[in-house]
Design a protein around this ligand. Structure first.
Ligand code: SF4
Ligand code: SF4
Ligand code: SF4
Length: 254
């Protein structure tokens, strides 16, 4: 006979997408084996990818995407007023993400080249914490479902939440991969927060740092490694800027 060992209050959760591909929200509908248990934790009030119901009485707001229009700024501020906990969900929300690449060009280039000069508002991309206070960040492009599940369980049980503090290299080595530096590639694994199980490097693709800086980042040592391996400062800057996740470390060093 199935027994209920614990009783808990379901999390009243809502998910909102801003400028993004919605890949992070989609992750939550993956992994069918654990989906029923995962949904059992949640009282979904608004979540376009999962349900067509829309309720405004949520406690936790997942914010997916970066902010690139003035109506998004207003919508985000209204969500912040309602939610007890605001979670930046995915790399776009945490750092600006791949959308930030457009910030390298003058606004008129984006309007003309992407929107053919149509009157479409497209402001420089900002991360969620540039607009409102963020209580928790879950990085990843996309987020890792297992990590999201772990965090939701901790939220439900009121336990402390911590992301892995070690770099991607640790998980890469656990997979017994040959280091991509040895194969002539520039990889951001040494300075990037682990937790993705080194999915890219295991597939022989260098890490581009979608999970942001690891806790005890040693940028000076990394840049020395890059110089030693004869990569140019431009190549290094290009990689560091890809997801805008190393914004705080860019500039004087490279
Ligand atoms: S972080 Fe990546 S997967 Fe998630 S919404 Fe942004 S582009 Fe899509
Ligand atoms: S391939 Fe990248 S992540 Fe893997 S050990 Fe080398 S530097 Fe670290
Ligand atoms: S290996 Fe790097 S780029 Fe790939 S998912 Fe992990 S942190 Fe992101």
């Amino acid at each position: 006979m199935k027994q209920t060992l614990y009783t808990f209050e379901k999390l009243k959760i809502a998910s909102f997408d801003f400028t993004c591909c919605e890949g992070c929200q989609l992750q939550l509908t993956n992994r069918e084996s654990s989906l029923p248990d995962f949904l059992e934790l949640l009282d979904i009030r608004t979540f376009r990818e999962i349900s067509d119901e829309h309720h405004q009485d949520y406690d936790i707001a997942l914010i997916e995407g970066s902010i690139s229009r003035s109506d998004e700024v207003e919508r985000l501020r209204a969500i912040r007023k309602q939610a007890k906990v605001v979670i930046a969900f995915g790399t776009c929300a945490c750092f600006g993400g791949i959308n930030s690449l457009k910030n390298r060009f003058p606004p008129e280039v984006c309007s003309n080249e992407v929107y053919s000069g149509m009157a479409v508002e497209t402001l420089p991309v900002r991360k969620v914490s540039d607009i409102v206070t963020v209580d928790l960040s879950i990085p990843g492009c996309p987020v890792t479902k297992e990590e999201v599940e772990r965090i939701m369980v901790r939220l439900v049980t009121g336990s402390q939440i911590a992301l892995p503090s070690y770099p991607v290299c640790v998980e890469c080595k656990q997979q017994l991969n040959t280091c991509l530096f040895e194969l002539g590639e520039l990889c951001l694994g040494p300075i990037t927060r682990g937790g993705c199980n080194a999915v890219c490097t295991t597939g022989k693709t260098p890490c581009l740092g979608c999970r942001g800086a690891t806790e005890e980042i040693n940028m000076a040592a990394f840049l020395e490694l890059v110089r030693h391996r004869k990569f140019s400062p431009e190549e290094c800057r290009e990689k560091l800027g890809f997801y805008n996740a190393f914004e705080a470390f860019l500039g004087h060093e490279t």
